[in-house]
Each structure stands twice: as structure tokens, then as C-alpha cells.
Design a protein around this ligand. Sequence first.
Ligand code: SAH
Length: 353
Amino acid sequence: MTLKDHILARIAAEGPMRLDDYMSTCLLHPTLGYYTSQTPFGQQGDFVTAPEISQMFGELIGLALAQAWLDQGAPKQFTLAELGPGRGTLMADLLRAANQVPGFVDAAQIALIEASPALQQVQRQALANHDVRWLDTLADLPEQPVFLIANEFYDALPIRQFQRAGLNWRERNIGANGDNLTMGLGPAQSCPALSFRLDDTKDGDLVETCTTAGAVTGHIANRISVHGGTALIVDYGDWRSLGDTLQAVQDHKAVDPLAHPGLADLTAHVDFEALAVAATDCAYSRVTAQGMFLERLGITQRAKQLATSLSGSALENHIAAHRRLTHPAEMGNLFKVMALFPMGGTPPPGLDP
Ligand code: SAH
């Protein structure tokens, strides 16, 4: 049975499916989900993420977190956490760079949150030289300071979409027409949680919500407020979402999100305002473009340093990687960075309060 057959059978039995249910089924179905049944990243995979483009990304994140750790008095023991670590590349690069900061790696207890057993295996290999453990949920984060990175994690969390109808909202859902999945609309209902969006939307506009993103951020913010620490959230999106941002990518190309369930990556833009609202217990930085953030952290100096030992196509690839991570026409503007840090504290390097 394919995942599409499974979804069609569910719709036949239970009626239209909510979009968040569809998205999490596509990504994380125990045997047929996109993340659970394959390892989709890298040049050969469906898409390439920043840490897979260049080692510089993880290195600079590592040094930023190590500086935040120093700024907060270098606690002797803390959790170094990553959400959705993919192939484990970012954490490996982070640890190698942060090893230059005396005491940081020794004080770190590495904790990863990863829903895919297949990717956990890849991470185990990438981090074979380190003592690593996997947590089932963020509620299991130890009661101690936490320094955390989440790169392209939040965009994989399941969203719901609501279309404005007068002062009410109609939720988009997934139905079936023969063997095809189709996008439909539920009945109009009032949604008190969306009443603040009546100010900046008009009839027919679409807004997105992500309950899991709020819950995840709330847990992190709570740990930071009680024990200290810093979280860096990097993803595509902006301060407030408006319009349909659901997208599917297969083999480096955009495809119809309903056409290949379980075989294409499904993501949505991150609404950073919603994360800030959920982080009530701690402070958050200004949302900053990735290109600006990496430049402030010294990516160009690091790129020049690495370039001295490269030549030919390796050098060309390296220059292209620097451009891809930072240039406004590539990932530089689309991707944003926001930090969570203790109330009354300072944001990590590269970000403004
Ligand atoms: N951070 C990595 C991978 C990004 S892809 C990188 O930058 O390369 C998204 C990652 O989040 C994958 O590892 C995926 O398996 C994981 N993931 C997606 N949804 C998740 C969930 N609900 N809980 C835990 N991990 C999840």
C-alpha cells in the first residue's frame, strides 16, 4: 500500500482530513513518511540545507552559542540541544568549532530531538565521537541551562490554513476525487484565536497557524527563563504569515503538495511572530536575515581563510556556497534568524534586542 492509498482510504472512511493531519502523516507516517522512510538531504537528495551547503554554517552557529554561554557565566553543565538534526552535520561542525572555546564542549550534554529513526541512525554515525542522547519530547529537556539550535525544523511542523469568510473562517482540508487528493474548505466558523487577524486581512485571505510550533517554543522559553540559556531558530518565513505558504519539493523542484504524499518534502513558512508570542517567559531578538546574521558573525573572513587551501572546482564550490548562504537573491533574505534568551539578558552575537 502506498501512502496515497492509505490517505484515500482514511478519507473514504472518515471524511476530509485536516491539513495538519495530512502534513504530519506525509512527513512522519511510521513506515511510509517522507522523513521516516528515507534520508532526503544533500546534493543527491530532494533539497540541500545550509549545513549541507558549507561547514561554515555550523561552525558560526557553534561559536555564537559558545559566546552566549560565556556571556551567561559559562555554566559548568548545560544541555546542548538540536531540534531536527537531519544528517547530524550541523552539530558535528558546531562541536568542532566550539571546541576552540575552553570548557564549552566538556560542559555540554548533547540532546537531539529527532522523529525519524532512520535519521537518528545517520546522526549516530555523524556524531560517533560524542556522547549523544535523543529525547522523545522537549518536556524531557533536563532542568539546567539549554543552548539550542533549530535549523529548518519549524518549517516541517504541521500547519492549518484558514480562509476568511466575513468575520468567520473556513478551514482548508483534504478530500478526494476518485484517485486524486483535492483541497477543500470546511464550514464557516468563528475562531477566537484568529480574531487579531481580522485587522490585517480581508475576505478570502488565507492565514496559517501551527499549534506545535507554539508548544515547542513555550517549552524552550520556560527552560531558558528558569535555568538560563539561548535558542537560535533559523528558518524561512517572516514576522507574520499571510497567504498560502505550503510547499512541496521533490528532486530540487517544486511539486503539487497533494500529488506525491510521502515522496516529497512538505514545508510551510515560519510565522516568527507566533513564536515570539509563545515565548512569554523569556526575551526574543529582532528577526534578522540569515545573510546579515552570518556576515556579522564573520562568514566572509572564515570563507577567505578556508579558500587559502582550496583550488580549482573545490574553490569554485566554496565561493558558490558562501554566496548561497548569504546573498539576498539566494538564502540570505528568505531565511531568518531569531534568538530566545533570558529576560534582561543580551541576545547572542549577530542579533539585536
Ligand atoms: N536541521 C537539519 C535538517 C532539517 S529537515 C538541516 O538543517 O540539515 C527537518 C528535520 O526535522 C529532519 O531531521 C526531520 O526528521 C526532523 N523532524 C521533522 N518533524 C519533526 C518532529 N515533529 N519532531 C522531531 N523531528 C522532526
